[in-house]
Ligand binder design. Structure first.
Ligand SMILES: [Zn+2]
Ligand SMILES: [Zn+2]
Length: 557
């Protein structure tokens, strides 16, 4: 029964205002005692230019660590990295029960096992279409079509009303492997009453409906059938529908499928274990590639996002140990660049074109369909569920705004755009942002997690932009230089426009700075260091128009 002063709350800790890093929490109770349900725990991928040396971006969960005892569980909607990729790093800080369907839990375990230092993380398996009772929350898994098997919308029932958390979804009347969106269950939910819908906004700027996987499969089959020599196809490693389409296209054209890339091998193994590739022929290992005639082989590769270490990038650089492509071969990008990855993808495409390889993308052929709902599909979801409140999620600011506008146009009484860290009260009394909770980002930096607000990566970016000057000085007690200063310039040009070495300019600046410093101040090593630092930076900036970082070590002897 609803507590007289109970509240139903929602807060995103990631995934709002960005594509990636999805983590939402739902709270039930009053100010003295709340219980929390976590939905998803994903990562974002860092663009190298902006975050040098950072592999992944994770949501900052310090609020949840504090609330750990009040968390009833963590439910995964599906197995994409932007929904479960942060678990390996963050779960040990929470140690709460995780719930997922068989495909997600098997794929997660395979991913975890592939990381040498990953802790053991238990997952409770929920059957497809299953049901959970977690404290005050009753969670129903509703199957939706998406670009990975077993995607789920979650109907979260509470004494104060039902929330539909759509997760990633689309409508596909003819998926090859995955489920259809369970419109009957969604409509029944709407009949009973949906308080709030938290919904996928990724494609809210695209009109109409997404094409079906079946149509994509047809195009792929035709492109494989008509290819004159070798064919390579890249797609998202976890896109089992697409893997099946590629397998069918290869079989019809009398080609063997060779799998290139570990992430793809892993997903294929998991998909075979869980029955999603039943009836699909065996694939060949990468070692067989060189022995197969060009018109009898199809390479299924990782690297659709231009990831530098993935199979297709290495093939494009002609640096793959087993797989080569030459003039007349055909590469199909059965994918689209995730925002931020466009440059990396173009680099791979250009590498291939430079080798004389024909490249086919979704710009010219229907070789990819997104896993997210376009505008007509969003309207359908609103029509089935008829929510009182709609909060756009899973999107950048533009996607959220467009989804909000569409929802208002479709007659949703209350539409609220929020930000990561906003604490929204859904009931009682309509949706309001009532508080802010700590939210932010963590960077996976080598083996460590660092706070994005720390200076680490900012300093690294400055180093990358303007290099560093390192100065070591030996001063006598009365403040005179005992030895020539040791000066090292890293990442800085050799000479200025007139040809004078910047090293010399730095040395002159050091000596002059010490000489002009009044005698008594010269005895203070910190004063000397600061004067030298300023002098070196401005002397170099004068010639270069850029200010390097400058480190000065003063030794008194
Ligand atoms: Zn997804
Ligand atoms: Zn997603």
């Amino acid at each position: 029964m609803a507590n007289a002063d109970g509240e139903l709350l929602f807060a995103p800790l990631g995934g709002i205002g960005e594509i990636g890093m999805n983590l939402s929490i739902y709270g039930y109770g009053d100010g003295r005692r709340r219980q929390w349900l976590i939905v998803d725990c994903g990562v974002s991928f860092a663009a190298e230019e902006h975050l040098p040396g950072v592999d992944l971006i994770l949501p900052d969960i310090r609020y949840l660590v504090e609330e750990r005892r009040n968390i009833v569980g963590l439910v995964l909607t599906h197995a994409h990295e932007d929904h479960m990729g942060a678990l390996i790093d963050l779960w040990p800080r929470l140690n709460v029960p995780i719930y997922a369907t068989p495909f997600a839990s098997t794929l997660f375990e395979a991913r975890r096992a592939s990381e040498p230092r990953a802790p053991k993380i238990p997952i409770n398996v929920v059957p497809v279409g299953g049901h959970l009772e977690l404290g005050p929350f009753t969670v129903d898994f509703i199957s939706v079509a998406h670009s990975i098997p077993e995607s789920n919308a979650l109907a979260i029932h509470t004494p104060l009303g039902t929330v539909l958390h759509t997760g990633d979804w689309r409508i596909d009347p003819a998926p090859l492997v995955g489920s259809k969106t369970d419109t009957a269950k969604l409509t029944a939910l709407g009949d009973k009453g949906v308080l709030a819908l938290i919904g996928d906004s990724t494609n809210a700027i695209r009109d109409g409906r997404s094409p079906s996987e079946a149509d994509v499969a047809k195009t792929l089959a035709e492109l494989v059938r008509t290819a004159p020599a070798r064919v390579a196809i890249t797609t998202f490693a976890s896109h089992v529908d697409r893997i099946r389409a590629v397998a069918d296209a290869a079989r019809a054209a009398g080609r063997e499928v060779v799998v290139v890339g570990r992430a793809m091998e892993r997903v294929i193994q998991v998909a075979r274990e869980t029955g999603y590739l039943d009836g699909v022929q065996d694939f060949r290992s990468v070692e067989t590639y060189g022995y197969l005639p060009p018109d009898k082989v199809l390479a299924l590769c990782t690297g659709s996002q231009g990831e530098p270490r993935a199979a297709l990038s290495r093939i494009a650089e002609d640096a793959h140990p087993e797989v080569t492509l030459t003039k007349g071969d055909r590469v199909i990008f059965s994918s689209r660049a995730i925002p931020g990855n466009e440059k990396a993808v173009d680099r791979v495409i250009n590498g291939l074109v430079a080798q004389g390889v024909e490249v086919v993308t979704d710009r010219s052929h229907l070789v990819h369909a997104s896993g997210h709902p376009r505008r007509d599909e969003l309207r359908d979801m609103i029509g089935w569920t008829r929510p009182q409140i709609l909060i756009p999620a899973h999107g950048e600011a533009l996607h959220l705004a467009e989804h909000a506008k569409l929802a208002r146009g479709a007659g949703v009484p209350r539409v609220l755009v929020c930000r990561n860290g906003d604490l929204v009260r859904l009931a009682p009394g309509g949706a309001e942002i009532v508080d802010e909770i700590p939210a932010g980002r963590l960077y996976k930096d080598g083996a460590l997690l660092v706070d994005a607000a720390a200076r680490t990566v900012v300093a690294r970016r400055r180093l990358a932009f303007a290099g560093i000057v390192s100065v070591a000085l030996a001063l006598s007690e009365n403040g005179t230089l005992v030895l020539d200063p040791e000066i090292e310039l890293i990442g800085i040009p050799e000479a200025d426009a007139a040809g004078q070495p910047l090293h010399e300019i730095a040395r002159d600046a050091v000596e002059e700075a010490i000489e002009t410093l009044p005698k008594p101040r010269r005895r203070d090593p910190d004063e000397v260091a600061e004067a030298v630092r300023r002098a070196v930076r401005s002397a170099i900036a004068e010639r270069w128009n850029k200010k390097p970082i400058c480190h000065v070590h003063v030794l008194t002897v």
